[in-house]
Each structure stands twice: as structure tokens, then as C-alpha cells.
Ligand binder design. Sequence first.
Ligand SMILES: Cc1cc2nc3c(=O)[nH]c(=O)nc-3n(C[C@H](O)[C@H](O)[C@H](O)COP(=O)(O)OP(=O)(O)OC[C@H]3O[C@@H](n4cnc5c(N)ncnc54)[C@H](O)[C@@H]3O)c2cc1C
Length: 449
Amino acid sequence: MNKKQNDKVVLVLCHNDLRLHDNATLVKAAKQAESGHLLLAYAANLTNELNQKAWGQSYHFDKLGDARQQFLNESLADLNASLNNLGNRLLYLSQEGSEHNHNAFAQLSELIEQQQVSDIFVSDTADYAQIKIYNLLRAKYPDIAWHSESINTLYPKMPTKKLPQSFTQFRKKVEYDQDLLKADTDLEITKIPTTLPPLPEALIDASKYALQLPKINKSANPAKDQPEYKGGESAALEHLERYFSSAAPSSYKITRNALDEWTHSTKFSAWLANGTLSVKVLLNRLRQYEREVVANGSTYWIWFELLWREYFYWYALEHQQDLFLFKGISDHRPSNRHNQQRLESWQKGETKYPIVNACMQQLNHTGYMSNRGRQIVASCFIHELGLDWRYGAAYFEQQLIDYDVASNWGNWQYLAGVGADPRGCRQFNLKKQTQQHDPNGEFINKWLS
Ligand SMILES: Cc1cc2nc3c(=O)[nH]c(=O)nc-3n(C[C@H](O)[C@H](O)[C@H](O)COP(=O)(O)OP(=O)(O)OC[C@H]3O[C@@H](n4cnc5c(N)ncnc54)[C@H](O)[C@@H]3O)c2cc1C
């Protein structure tokens, strides 16, 4: 065997791909490291400094919300356990775990240099700050071979030549393209590896990169009821099977706007967001349900919503930093303003609108809010409170267990009238929304009592 091949030290930088199933990034990295060594690293807060520089002190935050942190912790612990079974482990890089209080980027650089990494593998992402980090690494280490795999979207490339200006145009293009639709019925899934190349000797037992996850202050946020969310690939795959073994998919379109019920929408978003669930595996399971149980307007609508996710992914890639601009991708600046006191009343669920307050309490306690709830509180934020939409988006970023840069900032732009909505700003009538979605006040009572 050629000496160079033997010496390969391959690093996988994990980000939104915290799984073994359908993970071409991992499988290709393992192949590249065959008879060499494989490192899998997760760097916490890697983009924090970049974001802080970009946003200044305004709407940047230092600490994730408890629920989001807990979901991430569970996801990383589950991945680490799976890697242990395959003879490897997850290297965890964080400022707290660093001897010299190095930030995550400095630690990553140290790891790359000390281990003489020959190749870096990442999964494609639409996260602007994460892409910036990758570009910094590529510039710093031009001799390291760089590999990137698409594993988090239904389509490996944007399915249309140009990004259409609206979701409807995008959907129509996809629906009228028979080849795309045919490919949709049975997507090719990458097999789970049965073994992995080992870590370099010096890192096998090293405590330096041990998984020391931030502790959650549970007492600060007692859950109203036991949320059924648990982070990690194992829980994601269990949920997938449970959901499609139930009758819920066949009535999704009728129930999806409910504010609180677990089975009324699919609840896949959090696992999709950090890559503990493959969207292709999800779509194949939906198609199987359609073949074996029923294909109706509801199962179509699950696909429709997954296509929204897809649209925002390509939208974020296309618009890059404009995703975070006050004027978004439009040519006008809204007249709204930042106001700290009003922002805090919204965050704490202390506005004069009970429906908004209940939704915000739900978010603060569980890290989740229904799609209708998000539309209601965002509309109130923009219209009734007259606030700068980016502060609302940043609060969602901190709290949501399913935070996804493209879906979050894309949806906020859309509602603020500075994004991909041909109809302009959308205002929800809070009284009507309450009558329609909480006619007996059960939701409000539950979260405000
Ligand atoms: C202001 C605002 C912020 C949002 N922020 C996020 C976010 O950070 N992360 C996130 O995943 N979703 C976000 N959404 C979209 C949507 O609210 C959630 O995806 C959905 O509520 C998650 O619950 P579910 O998995 O039960 O969704 P379901 O209704 O069951 O939908 C199935 C899947 O389709 C996708 N999806 C559904 N609606 C949308 C949508 N409007 N945009 C993009 N994808 C969608 C999700 O992946 C979801 O899991 C946001 C929506 C709004 C209005």
C-alpha cells in the first residue's frame, strides 16, 4: 500500500449531520481514511464570535435556551454512543474544555495542526456563518483536501435553474418536472457503516476532547407537561416509525394548524434541523405510507411543507448575509424600531395579548411552538408591537429546539414583508386567531395558569 494513503488523517467537522444513517459525509470520510485515522469533531459555538462581530451587542446572544441546549446535548451524546459502538468517538471542542481558554476556532486549528490532518469532510449547509468558518479554514490550510457532501436536502442541487422569487413558483416548477417527481418516490439512501477507522493513538483515551456538555438549569424552566422531544438519531428514528404507524399522517392537513397537540403536526423539525434525521429517509417513509395505507391531500401536504423547508434552504444560500438585513431582500427599510422594554414583554409572554403570551410561554418552557403560534407571535411582534423583526428572529434562534438558519430567518423575512412573499407583509388578526384556534381558551389556560 502506498505510504501516503496509509498516513491519511481525515477529519469530519460535524454540524447539522449528527447521525449515522444516510450520512454520505461520514461514509466517504471513512473510506478516505481507510487504513489511516478518522477524527470526528463537534465544535461548540464555532460561529459565536463571527456573529458577535457582525451583530455587535444588539441582538446577539451568548447562551442557548435551556431546551435547545438540552436537545443538542442529547443529540451529541447519542451520536457519541453510536460512534463508540463503531470503534471511534466524538471529539468535543469548546472554550470551557480548553486549557488556554481558546475559542472553538483556535482549538480546531490546534487539532488540525497537531494531528496533521490531510482531509476535511463537511456536510453542505445554508448557514452563512458556518460557511464563513469553512472558508476561513480553507484559506488557512490550502494544502488540506476539502470535501463537501449534500446530505440535508431532498435534492443534491437546487432543483431549478434559478431560484424562483416565490415558493409557489418553486413548487410549480418542481411539480411539473416529471423527472424530479419520479426521483422523489424512492430516494437513494446511504448505508450505515459497520465499522470506522480508529482515532490516532494519542487521542483514544485523551480526556482533552471529552464530551463535557453544558449543564442545563432545569429548575429555571420547569416543563408544564413532559415534552416528548428527545434529541438524537435513536429518538428521531423511533419517532419516524411511531408517526407513520399511526393514523396521524392521513389527517395532517386538517390538524396541522392546532396550537398544542403532539400528533396534530409531524414534529419532525427539530431532528431535521440538526441532522439527526435524514429528510430523504423521511420522504421515503412518507411514500411507503402512501403505498401501504393511504395517499391523500394530507400526505401530499406533508411533502408540500417539506418543500417549504427545501425552498428556504436554497433561498438562504442565494441571499447569504441579506437574510439578516433589516430590509431583507426588498428595497425598503421597514419603519419599525427596536424597543427593549417591548421586546422583553414579548419574550416573557407579558404583552396584553393572551394568545401571544401563551405561545411564548410554550416556547420558553419547551423550546417548541406550532407553526400557527409562530405566525401569530411574529405578526404581533411586527404589527402590534412595531418591533425590528430581527430581534424576534434572534430570540427564536436562541430558544427553538428546531432552530434552522434558513427556515427561521426566511420565515421571519416573509412575515415582515421583506422576503419571498409576493403579497407583502402579513398581519394576523389576534382576536380572530384566538377564536379560531383556541375557542374554549384551553391553550391559553394551560400556558398562563
Ligand atoms: C416565524 C417562523 C419561524 C420559524 N422558524 C423555524 C425554524 O427555525 N426551524 C424550522 O424547522 N422551522 C421553522 N419554522 C417553520 C415551522 O413553523 C416549523 O417547521 C414547524 O412548526 C415545525 O413543526 P412540525 O415539524 O410539526 O411541522 P409540520 O407542520 O409537521 O411540517 C413538516 C415539516 O415541514 C417543514 N416545514 C413546515 N412548515 C415550514 C415552514 N413554514 N418553513 C420551512 N419548513 C417548514 C419542517 O421541516 C417540518 O418538520 C418557522 C416558522 C415561522 C412562521
